[in-house]
Design a protein around this ligand. Structure first.
Ligand code: BDR
Ligand code: CA
Length: 314
């Protein structure tokens, strides 16, 4: 299995992503690090521990990281994820404890503990990852790559220009996108295109096991927020869980190597990811300009990832 660390802001769709990562045999979840984003850091930690319990995870270490973005104050997304960040569902009781170290130290220890390079799956504002890269640049060689849910080629969600995770901490996103490691940007376009329909959700909610029932309740909560169906049908996006699918089954997405920069200026464009999709025939783009190691997901096989997700939970 691929050794991975998930960096999360659980978060309704982060919960779905954690369930998938824990349940799927292709991944070996070495640690989970928490950051403020969809909910406060404290809620993110509580939600993450509860979801790991529900998913039947082994003793995966969990640590709390940055409680605010690098520059700006944290901003809540309670209107999307519910007051407790988990659709206001009751969290199951469990005896799991958060590690007594900062998330960046847990990342360091996890990277140092293995000779294999580890894949980071970043599903939240990129504050923890940016601080890791700044504090321990020598550890970059132990990172196989970073798959991040964040950014958008076209329209944003937090603002007309910006996707939430990048908008929440644009400076951190700029550090990660420019760090020189292979980064896969799984942005809002694929994010919205991997969906479940009403029948899938009804089946999950009627299931005997609490994991699938909770997944169904979480998807029902997201109804109307994340899904996009070309034919106009009512669907719900699995969101961040799609970025986990892209690590498990990389053939399910179409990627394009392209330079990506983050707009850091104050105002309406702050947090926008500017993806340079110009070709070398475009006179304005110098032909010798290298593309760099960032790959942007431009398309996704939604049916394939929907199946992957539902089968892993079954
Ligand atoms: C991102 O923000 C959150 O709402 C989701 O968990 C996802 O990581 C989408 O913009
Ligand atoms: Ca998230």
């Amino acid at each position: 299995p691929i050794p991975v660390v998930l960096d999360v802001d659980t978060g309704v769709d982060d919960a779905l992503a954690l369930m998938l990562a824990v349940r799927h045999p292709a991944l070996d979840v070495r640690a989970v690090t928490c950051v403020a984003g969809n909910a406060s850091l404290e809620q993110v930690v509580d939600n993450t521990l509860a979801v790991l319990e529900l998913s039947g995870a082994g003793p995966v270490p969990v640590a709390a990281g940055m409680s605010t973005p690098l520059v700006e104050p944290a901003r809540s997304a309670g209107h999307v994820h519910g007051g407790n960040g988990l659709a206001d569902l009751a969290r199951p009781a469990h005896g799991r404890r958060v590690e007594p170290v900062h998330a960046v130290e847990l990342l360091r220890a996890t990277l140092e503990a293995t000779s294999e390079a580890v894949t980071l799956i970043a599903l939240a504002p990129l504050t923890n990852i940016a601080v890791l890269l700044r504090m321990y640049p020598r550890l970059a060689e132990r990172i196989a790559g970073i798959t991040m849910m964040g950014g958008a080629i076209f329209v944003g969600n937090a603002t007309p220009s910006a996707e939430f995770n990048v908008w929440h901490d644009p400076e951190a996103a700029e550090i990660v996108l420019g760090c020189g490691l292979p980064v896969t940007m799984y942005g809002l376009e694929p994010f919205r295109r991997v969906t479940c329909d009403a029948d899938d959700i009804a089946r999950l909610r009627a299931a005997g096991d609490p994991l699938r029932r909770t997944a169904g309740d979480l998807l029902a909560h997201l109804d109307g927020v994340t899904g996009e169906d070309a034919s106009g049908g009512r669907v719900v996006g699995i969101g961040d869980a799609g970025a986990v699918c892209a690590v498990i089954d990389p053939e399910g997405v179409t990627r394009r190597r392209a330079p990506v920069s983050v707009s850091l200026a104050p105002g309406i464009t702050r947090g926008r990811t500017v993806v340079d999709l110009r070709t070398s025939t475009d006179t304005a783009r110098p032909a010798e300009e290298p593309d760099g190691p960032v790959e942007v997901v431009t398309d996704v096989d939604g049916a394939r990832y929907r199946r992957l997700f539902l089968e892993a939970l079954a």
